[in-house]
Design a protein around this ligand. Sequence first.
Ligand code: NI
Length: 254
Amino acid sequence: MEFFDSHAHYNDDQFNQDREETITKIFAENVTKITCAGYNIKSSEFAVRLSKQYDFIYATVGISPNDITGVKIEDVNKIAELAQNNKVVAIGEIGLDYYWNKENQEQQKAFFIRQIELADTLNLPIVIHCRDAVMDTLDILKNQINPKQRGIFHCCMLNKELIKEAVKLGFYISFSGNITFKNAKPKEAIEEVPIDKILIETDSPYLTPEPFRSCRNDSRNVKLVANKIAEIKGVSLAEISQLTYQNAKQIYKI
Ligand code: NI
């Protein structure tokens, strides 16, 4: 069995002490593809560096809605430059987050739209971060972009209506450790996603699944996410590992 962690942050400071060692362990435990996601210029550069260093790591580059304070819209040009590297597989994470930032919604929308346009020009998918901003995110996807544009809802909110609409638009849905949390009710949301649109991720070092919630997350735990989905879909873990591997390769064009 092999696993594809479709979204992790090995560019995060929490890996400074043991990055190489951790990445080596992960690969040895059958997580044989990882996408390392950028969220601002510095972390996007780092993601690209890691993708050059490790065959099995790919990169996404982008400016997240929580990283736009003090950033100019022209800085998206630096993301465009980074996206020229051949292991960059998507523009992201980008999107809207009204949970952490309510004050700058217009600025968030401007960065989101500008980066969707960039992805369209480069023929790359987008990786969407959406938190407490479902209506505006769907409005932008439905009305302001090329209808051929595709992408991923990363660490997708367990919101059945959002998932329904996202799937209708041809987007992939990526689930993370939060589906294993004791208070989570993921069944309805997961049932809503067709098997050819499901992805698994860890969002490491964050969102560690049960039963390891108090520890730092790494990609080995993607198996726990896969397991939960297998349980809900009523199929084997092997099937989910294979399906999600193929789906990730498909959307990232690997
Ligand atoms: Ni992330």
